[in-house]
Design a protein around this ligand. Sequence first.
Ligand code: GLN
Length: 465
Amino acid sequence: MSKIREIHNKLKNKEVTCLELVQEKLDLLKLNTHNTVNSLLDTLAIDLAKKVDAKIADGKEIGLLEGIPFGIKDVYMVQGTYTTASSDLLKNYKSSYTATAIQKLLDAGAIPLVKENCDSFGHGSSSENTIFGAVKNAVNPTLVGGGSSGGSAVNVAKEYTIFSIGGDTGGSIRQPAGYNNVYGLKPTYGRISRFGLMAYASSTDCVGPIAKSLEDIRIVLNAMSAKDVKDQTTYQSESISKDVVLLTDEIKTVGYFKNFIESEAISSEIKQSFLRTIDTIKSKGIAVKELDFFESDTLVSTYYTLAMAETASNLSRLDGTNYGNRIEGKNLKDTYSITRSENFSEETKRRIVGGNQVLSQGFSDEIYLKGLNLRDQIAANFEKDFKKVDLILSPVTPNNPPKIGDSLKDPLAMYLSDAYTVGFSLGQLPTLTTPKGTATGIQITAAKKNDELVLQFANFLNDIL
Ligand code: GLN
């Protein structure tokens, strides 16, 4: 059931005012004990809500997204609001402009409530790498909320927001969506503009929605998608209609990676439930093929090599001169060095050091160029697969969410927990987490620019599971 449509009807029928709705959500956010909030946008939200109410009182039509409260991962620029990336470095930074994706939602009348807690600069898989306290899982608060868009997924799961906008570089929308039993979509790279999203790894960064229903994912995806002159990697896409999503009989063949399921790292519970889901799909007359793919270790090391290189380069601008909490040293070089060492987290520094290492002379041929080459091979492999199957299915994660504190003790184990998400990022493919099929959900992936196929199959799974 679409929450957006439900609220839209209530607003239209005057069963609730927008102000009441927004106030209720702001109160829930304020009192919440899951650490999902970096800053509340209460003044702005209340102002906008009053305008929606005035419009309704005047008997004017309202759009589907008008008056719908939403959350924003704290890595998106929204003019005049704190945009901290959950870091000490940008703790006091206020955006001077608004990200294209967010602007499109504002133009449609949606109401931003909150900048949401996440791993600092998107660096992490648990939302513990943050100055605002670890995000707690919506289902079991002793477990992590997932990351890096943990605050966004938990807010949606707890219904503090109707939908939230996360960011996904290597799984940061899909994995927290899976850990909190909600939907999360990483669209095809370039479908939604990255302008105003703080850059982590530019070649895989994607903007995407997290929501409680598939229909809400579709609505928000359509609202944000468009070619943008401010992001030259964007392309113009067709809006996905409600009817297209219902055409589930277009899908004939799906595949899954045998080695993902045979890996020693997968829990037997997730493995069994995934295979049971595959059997159910087969029983509905869909052909299922086993596919070969790169080993998880290769995927994770290729992803982290490239992501670290790109983030080291992207974050080099944060030296306390134009942005960030400047700490004065003896001279300029010293100032840069103190500002960056004191204000970046351990995890972020690990990535900057790693990234600069793989880019440096004497190493780049051996490591960085090899990473690029592997990425091409991964993309070629996907192309080959999508000649044989319409979609690829995969678990979202090999295991259930860890306890709060565990990932911080073992960063390598945390990197390896991204085994099933990072490959699809390197392929720049559209992938959806649907909260079904295993305890942490199932990922549905299509070839580039076939985002509607992903939604169709999710709809089919909703019918059969
Ligand atoms: N966990 C992955 C990482 O730390 C993915 C993060 C993301 O998608 N922002 O790189």
